[in-house]
Ligand binder design. Structure first.
Ligand code: HEM
Length: 520
């Protein structure tokens, strides 16, 4: 008899646990209902709602995150209504909302900024890697860090084209003499060298040193970080051995610069706007603000991370599309030669010339639109609040959001929603194609395109990134006659790999054909 009681105990505990979870969910639903509407359910079966996270990781592994979100919104009717906002409950009362609605995104990032933050979940997910860095913190910590960084990104500094030229001179010979190359890693090294020199005053030199472990480590960290973020409550199950080893390698690269800067007393450091002043790096600005080694490390790692992979992804996609569109290459070359008044590649473009070339800007904008470098992001409600759309029978009513609720949003899906664009016509090709000409007579509505996010937390490095991309594109098209496409899928769309940024699953393979000297 005693044995039978013993056997019933786990079952009773299990039933009690499940009842508690459902009670928790019921109470949360009631609180939500008191505050306002709910959004349609994502409609993914699975015990305790965990099917959502299982599918999230499964589709991430299959490189099908965009398709998965589209499938959710089309199955539950959100696509038809144009509301693109759905929700699910996981475990007990943990409610998750997903959205690709520009009004909801604007509300979180700008209109109701005070009610939203990166939140505890994201902070915990990034804790080992980015610590208290500007990307993953909220409130006072975030605002103080952003304040320290702001002067570094003033126009005087982000328009220092000499920096890009120095690294271009190192990358150009590596682009070969017409043989097909996988360019992803090379472009990443280029952006990393640019951003390390900009932030630390010390170039990591990854373009020159092929044994450099930094880029490898960064890639592994990013891969694990993507899984951690998608695993939600199951994040603790994600193996982290390589991730931690990668973080150690990144730290070992930063350590000498931090040590050197800390050796200078804050009194000896005065931040200057001038690009050629050796003491105007982010490192110096940080040391002038704090002598806490970990704070400095966290901010540096964050901006290195935010500034290298993102720009590398955008540049790689640009090169990829140029290799598939020789007509765009010719048009850009004509524009560049006309603007600079010569075909001589030793004539370097100035910042104002880069700005003057509208078709170049359109080509970059189109790349950022189509590939939305950071495809998915998240916010967490810091207090009970609402989102303006997604509820009610036609999806146009506000939905209630309780404090602590995470909201995942997708810039990529927003950028590819046909219903947000003008009708397809001769002048406005299908938004699901890459075509810079669409920008000739069209401007997106505000908040429809957000490659750099928006509101108070908009990307601080936007001007630096755009200048870097524009400068590199011009130098490339001055020095090379054409880019030949060696990608395995021909004209088919590439498969996207969803890290924190979106890259091509199969890599990008291009042959860069140099211009003949006699033509110069
Ligand atoms: C094409 C290149 C880039 C793209 C597409 C991009 C995109 C973004 C996006 C979408 C965010 C918002 C993330 C979020 O809040 O969830 C962001 C934030 C940020 N970016 Fe960029 N970025 C680029 C380049 C850069 C560069 C070059 C730097 C610095 C050198 C940089 C530094 C930052 C920082 C520090 C933040 C955090 C801002 C804050 O939370 O206040 N980014 N970026």
């Amino acid at each position: 008899m005693a044995l039978t009681n013993y056997m019933w105990l786990p079952l009773a505990l299990y039933v009690g646990f499940v009842v508690l979870l459902y009670a928790d969910r019921w109470m949360t639903r009631r609180r939500v209902a008191r505050l306002g509407h709910s959004a349609p359910d994502v409609g993914i079966p699975g015990p305790l709602g965990l099917g959502f996270f299982y599918q999230s990781i499964k589709t991430w592994r299959a490189h099908a995150c965009l398709e998965w979100w589209e499938d959710i919104f089309s199955r539950n009717g959100c696509a038809e209504k144009g509301s693109y906002t759905a929700e699910t409950y996981v475990m007990g009362g943990s409610r998750y909302i997903i959205t690709a609605d520009p009004d909801n995104v604007k509300h979180m990032l700008a209109t109701d900024f005070q009610s939203w933050g990166k939140g505890k979940d994201l902070y915990n997910a990034f804790q080992h890697f980015l610590g208290d860095g500007v990307l993953s913190t909220d409130g006072e910590k975030w605002s103080a860090a952003r304040q320290v960084m702001r002067p570094l990104f003033m126009k005087e500094r982000v328009t220092d084209l000499d920096l890009f030229e120095r690294n271009w001179q190192r990358m150009m010979p590596l682009l070969g003499q017409g043989q097909a190359l996988e360019i992803d890693d090379l472009v990443f090294r280029y952006t990393l060298d640019n951003v390390s020199e900009f932030l630390l005053g010390t170039n990591f030199g990854t373009l020159l040193d092929t044994t450099n472990h930094f880029t490898n480590a960064f890639e592994k960290i990013q891969k694990t970080q993507s899984v951690i973020m998608r695993a939600g409550p199951l994040a603790w199950t994600v193996p982290r051995k390589e991730y931690k080893a990668g973080i150690k390698i990144v730290d070992s690269y930063l350590e000498p610069s931090i040590r050197r800067a800390l050796a200078l007393s804050a009194a000896n450091i005065s931040f200057s706007k001038k690009a050629d002043d050796e003491q105007n790096t982010l490192l110096h600005a940080l040391v002038a603000y704090t002598n806490n080694r970990k704070d400095i490390r966290d901010q540096l790692t964050t901006v290195l991370f935010a500034g290298s992979d993102t720009t590398a992804s955008a540049l790689t996609w640009l090169f990829f599309e140029l290799s598939r569109h020789p007509e765009v290459v010719s048009k850009l070359q004509t524009l560049i030669f006309e603007t600079l008044g010569t075909t001589d590649p030793s004539r370097l473009p100035t910042y104002s010339e880069l700005k003057q070339m509208k078709y170049l800007t359109n080509t970059i904008n189109e790349t950022l639109r189509y590939y939305a470098t950071m495809p998915f992001a998240t916010r967490q409600a810091l207090r009970d609040t609402t989102l303006p759309r997604g509820g009610g029978p036609d999806g146009t009513e506000p939905i209630a959001v309780l404090a602590g609720t995470p909201v995942l949003f997708s810039a990529l899906l927003m950028h590819r929603r046909r219903d947000l664009y003008p009708p397809i016509s001769a002048g406005f090709p299908d938004p699901r194609t890459w075509c810079p000409e669409r920008w000739d007579d069209w401007q997106p509505k505000s908040w429809q395109l957000i490659p750099f996010s928006g509101g108070a937390r908009t990307c601080i490095g936007q001007s630096f990134a755009i200048t870097e991309i524009a400068y590199t594109a011009v130098r490339l098209l001055q020095c090379f006659e054409r880019l030949d496409d060696f990608n395995p899928r021909g004209k088919e769309d590439p498969v996207l790999r969803y890290g924190i940024v979106a890259t091509a699953e199969e890599g990008v393979k291009i042959a860069f054909i140099p211009r003949h000297v006699e033509k110069l």
